[in-house]
Design a binder for this molecule. Structure first.
Ligand SMILES: [Zn+2]
Length: 231
């Protein structure tokens, strides 16, 4: 049975997505937010907004970002706290790519409590590393229009050629196995403690991310709706 979202139905939850690069975290977070017309919050977007508007946080972050360094928690956490105070967040929102560490998760938990939010609903998009590796290393991008294919899961009609515009399909340097392998290991090292932390709090909901985008989306919706209103 496919769960539906009624018109004007509110999310009424703080949803956090965890998952390795390639698990579809960004896609699922945006889709869930869209279904409920809820804010989709990414710290990258927040940083860009603060820099564009020249706020004091933005002015502090800009030189750090310019040097290609990681913006420290002292700035990121204040941005997050400021963002979730805004009225558009009052009926729930979706985090994409935050928190990344247990320290950030603890801070977020306190911040949510202070603002009267319920405990977050954490979705872990879990996927077998070998499937993930295939998904990432199989990716090919069109040099002309930027269309994305996958030689295993979504191949073009003619190998190496874009269906839409005949452009050449290439593998981005970032998608090569020697780059992906260490990235996935780094992710695992950072996120395993975070998943364990939320697991101990009983807030972690594991979803199999090896399925299609649509199937995973249905499961996300089903699991979010199954516990709505719970505290
Ligand atoms: Zn193309």
């Amino acid at each position: 049975m496919t769960p539906d979202v009624r018109p004007h139905e509110k999310l009424n939850r703080v949803v956090i997505f965890l998952g390795p690069p390639g698990a579809g975290k960004g896609t699922q977070a945006k889709e869930l937010a869209r279904k409920f017309s809820a804010p989709h919050l990414s710290t990258g977007d927040m940083l860009r907004e603060h820099v564009a508007q020249g706020t004091s946080l933005g002015q502090r972050a800009q030189p750090i970002m310019g040097r290609g360094e990681l913006v420290p928690d002292s700035i990121v956490l204040r941005m997050v706290a400021e963002r979730i105070e805004r009225p558009d967040c009052s009926h729930g929102f979706v985090f994409d790519g935050f928190p990344r560490t247990v320290a950030q998760a603890k801070y977020l938990g306190e911040s949510l409590k202070q603002h009267g939010y319920k405990r977050p609903f954490v979705i872990h998009l879990a996927i077998d590393p070998s499937i993930l590796l295939r998904r990432l290393t199989g990716r090919r991008t069109c040099k002309v229009g930027g269309e994305i294919y996958n030689v295993y899961e979504r191949p073009p009609k003619v190998a190496g050629i874009c269906d839409a515009d005949g452009g050449e399909l290439v593998q981005r340097p970032d998608d090569r196995e020697e780059v992906i392998g260490p990235r996935l290991q780094a992710y695992e090292k950072q996120t395993a403690p975070l998943a364990a932390y939320y697991g101990r709090l009983g807030l972690l909901h594991v979803i199999d991310a090896a399925k299609s985008v649509e199937e995973v989306g249905q499961q996300v919706l089903q699991s979010v709706k199954s516990v709505r209103g719970a505290r």
